[in-house]
Design a protein around this ligand. Structure first.
Ligand SMILES: [Fe+2]
Length: 188
């Protein structure tokens, strides 16, 4: 399973017509908003790209005919597998951990759990719900813990209806530029 820059851009082109389940934003707008929030926070380019691409596992799944995840964690693991060979772990690990980060925040911050969107609350059960104390401690020791938590917070914020670039092509150009800035090697 390998993906190149052109395929990534192709998936995000299609994402302009795919809506997040239960939300009123497209996957492209959501990805753009997450990338923009990361950029505005002064995040390094790799974390900006992770924010942009964190749902690539979903898009890959849609493109290859798996409609909804059997296990909702799968899209995070699949996304990380696609991204690691191209961009390394600084991009793939926050992607892999962004669902775990949601479960961690639900477990440790009551206010976070109360603010989750309806769909995010529904998917939480499928994703495994609360973490045990041991799981929380193990996650806190992960070197990508802070990046994963940060990405998760942008993921939750990046679902605003009507906040988007002027055209999908402008957004895709920004993604392309960000990828090029990291010297990704296109394999396609
Ligand atoms: Fe997301």
């Amino acid at each position: 399973m390998q993906i190149g820059t052109l395929q990534i851009l192709g998936l995000y082109q299609q994402a302009a017509r795919q809506f997040l389940a239960g939300e009123r934003v497209t996957y492209l707008a959501h990805a753009w908003q997450c990338g923009r929030l990361a950029e505005k926070s002064g995040a390094p380019h790799k974390l900006q790209l992770a924010s942009w691409l964190h749902d690539i596992g979903h898009l890959w799944g849609h493109a290859h005919g798996h409609l909804e995840d059997t296990k909702a964690q799968d899209h995070a693991a699949l996304g990380a597998r696609l991204l690691e060979p191209l961009f390394g772990r600084a991009v793939s690990e926050p992607v892999r951990l962004h669902v775990l980060a949601k479960r961690y925040l639900v477990t440790t911050r009551g206010a976070y759990a109360r603010k989750l969107s309806e769909e995010a609350r529904r998917s939480l059960t499928r994703q495994g719900g609360d973490l045990s104390e041991e799981e929380c401690v193990a996650f806190e020791r992960n070197p990508f813990f802070a990046d994963a938590i940060q990405l998760r917070i942008w993921d939750d914020l990046g679902k605003k209806e009507g906040w988007f670039e002027s055209t999908p092509q402008d957004a895709l150009d920004q993604l392309d530029e960000l990828i090029q800035s990291l010297h990704a090697i296109s394999v396609m």
